[in-house]
Design a protein. Structure first.
Length: 319
């Protein structure tokens, strides 16, 4: 009898793990559906992140060259031109640029730790001039700004965990911050262990955040959560869209025009871009040959994705 109970417990544990990573859904989601649509664009990076698209369709993406592994290489920003089918360095050193976004041909960048700037900057793509948006909170440097999102009214939200770098950590939490158009910064979430990917609805009413913590467990799993933003800018937790057992966890996330949430899921079973409904139902999986780190839609049609993974940049055509 004890043996039977043990077997049941083991089976349920595996089932739970598979449910968390979405492997059970492979029965209805063909893992090879997109295999012949995935195109390798660039493969000469170290750890590629933060893809962003300008008005001409050029793709900017960051290269996190962790100094402990690359001999003090200081990070780069690359630029891929689809029209010329060429990739070149846009900025080096990048001050360990990580997440990026482009609005009105202005490049907004999170600069992380590990010899980086630990700040947010914006760059006018027409002139190349850059301006610091914020480099401290309460007079102390950020941990390592990771990713950011911008609402239609210009409000910026960004995450600030610490994954790499030996600089002293002076912020008491791995926080989520809001930077308004006046330049005022406010800590809006202080209870996510490792906030990572982030995206906001265009109307600035819903905020989606992914937690990707290597030390997560069954009692504190990784997740994608939805927060509600009121008219005063206050943020309130609403619900979890998905939870994941380690080592599975979400990295970059984007919000589609259909209201679906597209997540770069680092998963040992089925790494790829996972698509969730606003209610948290897993709708689709675009399986990749390696763990993705981030993603961006190529244009407003949202039929094409650029995905960063490992040292590579990929392109995939969606249905």
């Amino acid at each position: 009898m004890r043996l039977l109970i043990l077997v049941v417990i083991v089976i349920l544990s595996f089932a739970n793990a598979y449910a968390q990573c979405g492997c059970i859904d492979d029965m209805k989601n063909d893992p090879h559906k997109y295999s012949d649509r995935i195109e390798l664009i660039f493969e000469d990076g170290f750890f590629i992140e933060g893809p962003a698209i300008d008005s001409k369709g050029n793709v900017y993406f960051t290269d996190l060259t962790f100094t402990s592994e690359t001999g003090n290489e200081p990070g780069h920003i690359w630029k891929y031109s689809p029209s010329a089918n060429q990739t070149s360095i846009y900025r080096s050193p990048s001050n360990m640029a990580n997440g990026m976004i482009i609005k009105n041909d202005t490049l907004y960048t999170c600069e992380g730790a590990d010899t980086g700037g630990r700040r947010l900057i914006k760059t006018d793509l027409s002139t190349g001039k850059s301006f610091i948006l914020t480099d401290k909170f309460n007079g102390k440097p950020y941990n390592s700004p990771n990713d950011l999102t911008i609402a239609d009214d210009g409000t910026i939200y960004f995450t600030d965990p610490r994954y790499a770098g030996d600089e002293q950590i002076e912020q008491p939490v791995n926080g989520v911050y809001r930077l308004d158009v006046s330049g005022h910064v406010e800590l809006i979430i202080d209870n996510i262990s490792m906030p990572n990917g982030i995206t906001v609805s265009p109307d600035n009413k819903k905020l989606y955040i992914g937690c990707n913590d290597e030390n997560a467990g069954e009692k504190n799993p990784n997740f994608i959560a939805e927060y509600l933003i009121d008219e005063e800018g206050r943020v309130t937790f609403n619900k979890y869209l998905a939870k994941f057992l380690p080592p599975t966890g979400p990295d970059g996330i984007k919000l589609g025009k259909d209201g679906f949430i597209y997540a770069a899921l680092r998963d040992p079973y089925r790494p790829g871009v996972y698509v969730y409904s606003p209610e948290g139902a897993l709708l689709e999986k675009v399986i990749f040959p390696e763990d993705p780190s981030n993603l961006i839609f190529a244009d407003v049609s949202q039929k094409t994705l650029y995905v960063t993974a490992g040292g590579n940049l990929y392109k995939v055509e969606l249905d």
